[in-house]
Structure formats: structure tokens, C-alpha cells
Design a protein around this ligand. Structure first.
Ligand code: GDP
Ligand code: MG
Length: 409
């Protein structure tokens, strides 16, 4: 069971450092099992390796083992780039050094600081360092940084328990998970979920946002009723004796649900709930205003985090582009990027439309949002733009007064 918590819900702890400083060894002693190859040959770890594990008493986490950033040559550059990408989904960075703090280390530390990622420094291999060397490195660090430093060894397990405790302390002080819906609810409320079962629904199961929303309702002591869009009207009018607190629908059924749900009942979509939980609803709402400024032949970046199931009418590749062109009457250029990497330079785009990111963690999406903000490119999300293009964004944002205010202003 332990590996069942979705990766997107686990904090990511990324180990960075030069080759051979003991990153893989530290991960191994922390998870107490020989999963990754610990080897004397520099650069064995090529791509970042993710290890889902349980960090007790904290809970499920992912350790990300990266290649050394002193890798040179063409292959090395690729690895370094992958390491940087791994950093974008980090909730915590562990920077590992041994007997010296190099300029490369400093560059990485500065990068981590600039990305606002929590970090701590490990001086590893204490078992083979003399007092003098240890003092010298510690002083070097102290001169430049105000950060927790741990002197560790994977051989005699010096400070390994302390390392684990420090990781847990930082993770707890900086929760990476926000609620999907529970903060909007109180016990005894009723929530209705509308889940169309069409050709895009996976066979025999529900998708992650649906399952997680149900679970949060149960945790919040709330009744959660799940219907298809066809049964919604009957359920609301003949089954429920009291009005539900909120109706949450798949964006596919927005218009029908909007029509079936009384005006005084809140209504929104799973993807807007996710936009709030995994991204930043305010920034996404501001991004919506860019739609009115679009001109013919403007470029739009569609950022999709998972390589999607192949369905005939894909939401990001087909539907949103079509709706947006129909709505604006413009001819637009859409570039679709799948996966964890988007271009460094975003300035050619007039708008970025980010998917809900149900398989990603919040840090990855927030670092994307920050990248867009840094380059002054408006960013919004699938859920918001679908609501907007269907003319129901105001209603769909009513549960979130702060965002609604931005929309109206
Ligand atoms: N003496 C000593 N050697 C270590 C320690 N940690 C790792 N090593 C050794 O350093 C080498 C590189 O370790 P590895 O974990 O592969 O480094 P990575 O390249 O940073 O992932 C291996 O030979 C390890 O056995 C330590 O705490 N003390
Ligand atoms: Mg390694």
C-alpha cells in the first residue's frame, strides 16, 4: 500500500551536488534499502531518479536523486538540464558537499534560493575528514549563507537521524499540499459531484481529481453524492431534501449543470478546484483578461503535464484551441508542450494555458507560474478558460470571492 499515494501528492526532496559526494548513498541510508546503484564511477546517476518512499513519522515523500552538476561535455549538459528541471518540482533541496564548497555549489545554492525552495546543506563523508578540513568548510559556508548545515556520514551514520528530522521539520513548516475543497465545507453539508461517463472516461474507474475530492468530503464529515449529468436534475429535485452546498462538475458538462443547478447553489468544476489547489487561482484569473487583448496570429502555449490518453477530441489540443478561436474570431497559433519541460523563453507567447496538473505536484506548477510572471506572460488554466469560453466563469468563481473580485476588476 505504501507506494499508492499519488506522486503529485508527495513532497519532492531533491538531492543536489557534485558527482561522488554521496547523494545516492544518502538517499539509500535514508530509505534504508539498496535501491539505487551506489558506485565509485562518477556520474552513474544519469537522469534524475525518483524514489517514492515513506519518511516516518512524516509520511509519503519522493526522493529525487540527480546527476552531479559538475558533469561536463554534451551528455553532461543534458544531465545538468534535467537536474534543473527536477528542481522545478522540488519542495526541498538537499545540497551535498564534502571537503569544499565550490563555485558550482554556490551557483546551485543561489539558484535554489532564487526559486524560493527550502534547502539544507549536508557535508558528507565526515568519517574521512579531519577536524581542520571540517572547520574550514563550515566557515566557508557560514561566510556566505545562513542555513542549517549537517555533518553526515553514510558509513558510520553520523547525523543521519538528524538529517531525517531536519527534512521533516522543513516539510512540516512549509506544507506543499492545500485542500481541494474541505476549507469550503462544514460538517453535514452535502456536495454533489457530476461525473460524465463518456468515451473520455477511463474504463472501470474514476480519475484522480474525482477520487481525491470524494475522499476530502468524507474527511470533512460531508455527504458526497456522485451522479452523471443525466441524473443531476432528478437528484437535486427529487432525492435531496436540502440544497447541496456546492455542485462540482467535470468541465465537459458545464453548460448542462449550470442550467440544472439553482442560482443560489454554488457551482464550479473539478479543474477550477485543482487550479486553486495546485496552482494559483488569482494569477490564473488575471491571465483570463489576456484573452480580450489577443490579435490575429498571436501565439499561445498549451502546457500539458501528462502525456494524455489518446482520445479523438483532446481537450488541450483540439477543444480549447477551437473554442478560443470561435470565441475571439481570430486565427491563433497554438504550441502544445507535454511533460515537465516548457521553453526557457516564453516571451513570444501572449498567453499560456496550463492543464490542471493532476499528476504533478504544486511546486512544479508554481515554478511554472513564476516563470511566466517573471517574463510578463499571462498564464491561465484549462478549467478557468473553459468556464470563461462557456460564459460561466463568474458563477464558477463565486465560491472563491478573492478570485471573483479580480475577475470583476
Ligand atoms: N567515506 C565515505 N564514503 C562515502 C560516503 N558516502 C558515500 N561514499 C562513497 O562515495 C562514493 C560516491 O557515492 P555516491 O553515493 O555514488 O555519490 P553520488 O555521485 O553523489 O551519488 C561511493 O564510493 C560511496 O561509497 C561517506 O559518508 N563516507
Ligand atoms: Mg549518484
Amino acid at each position: 500500500m505504501m507506494n499508492k499515494t499519488p506522486k503529485g501528492n508527495r513532497p519532492h526532496i531533491t538531492f543536489l551536488g557534485k558527482r561522488n559526494v554521496g547523494k545516492s548513498s544518502l538517499i539509500n541510508v535514508l530509505i534504508n534499502q539498496e535501491l539505487s546503484i551506489v558506485s565509485d564511477v562518477p556520474g552513474t546517476t544519469t537522469d534524475p531518479v525518483e524514489k517514492a518512499t515513506e519518511l516516518n513519522p512524516f509520511g509519503p515523500v519522493v526522493f529525487v536523486d540527480t546527476a552531479g552538476y559538475d558533469d561536463i561535455g554534451l551528455l553532461g549538459e543534458k544531465r545538468v538540464k534535467k537536474t534543473m528541471t527536477a528542481l522545478t518540482e522540488s519542495d526541498l533541496a538537499i545540497i551535498v558537499i564534502t571537503e569544499e564548497l565550490t563555485n558550482d555549489d554556490k551557483k546551485i545554492i543561489d539558484l535554489v534560493i532564487s526559486k524560493n525552495i527550502g534547502y539544507l546543506l549536508v557535508i558528507n563523508k565526515s568519517d574521512i575528514m579531519d577536524e581542520e578540513t571540517i572547520k574550514k568548510v563550515q566557515n566557508n559556508i557560514r561566510q556566505s549563507y545562513n542555513v542549517a548545515v549537517l555533518l553526515c556520514s553514510t558509513i558510520n551514520h553520523n547525523n543521519i537521524e538528524e538529517l531525517k528530522e531536519s527534512i521533516i521539520t522543513i516539510l512540516r513548516s512549509n506544507p506543499s499540499e492545500l485542500p481541494i475543497i474541505s476549507d469550503l465545507l462544514k460538517p453535514m453539508d452535502t456536495v454533489v459531484l457530476v461525473i460524465p461517463i463518456d468515451k473520455e472516461a477511463p474504463k472501470g474507474r474514476l480519475i484522480l481529481p474525482q477520487v481525491q475530492t470524494i475522499r476530502e468530503c468524507l474527511d470533512a464529515d460531508v455527504s458526497c453524492i456522485v451522479v452523471k449529468e443525466r441524473e443531476l436534475h432528478y437528484t437535486l429535485n427529487h432525492i435531496l431534501k436540502t440544497k447541496p452546498k456546492i455542485v462540482i462538475t467535470d468541465s465537459q458538462a458545464f453548460l448542462k449543470v449550470n442550467a440544472d443547478v439553482a442560482d443560489d447553489v454554488l457551482m464550479t468544476s473539478f479543474s477550477i478546484l485543482y487550479a486553486r489547489q495546485k496552482g494559483d487561482l488569482i494569477t490564473y484569473t488575471k491571465g483570463i483578461s489576456a484573452i480580450k487583448k489577443l490579435k490575429n496570429n498571436d501565439s499561445i502555449l498549451i502546457a500539458e503535464l501528462c502525456s494524455h490518453r489518446p482520445i479523438s477530441e483532446d481537450i488541450g489540443r483540439v477543444k480549447i484551441p477551437r473554442w478560443l478561436e470561435q470565441y475571439s474570431g481570430l486565427s491563433l497559433n497554438f504550441d502544445v508542450f507535454s511533460g515537465k519541460e516548457i521553453p526557457e523563453d516564453l516571451t513570444k507567447y501572449k498567453l499560456i494555458i496550463q492543464c490542471g496538473g493532476c499528476m504533478a505536484n504544486r511546486s512544479l506548477i508554481i515554478s511554472r507560474i513564476n516563470k511566466a510572471i517573471d517574463q510578463n506572460v499571462p498564464i491561465t488554466n484549462y478549467g478557468l478558460i473553459i468556464a470563461y469560453l462557456h460564459g460561466i466563469i463568474e458563477r464558477a468563481l463565486t465560491p472563491f470571492p478573492e478570485a471573483l473580485e479580480y475577475l470583476k476588476s
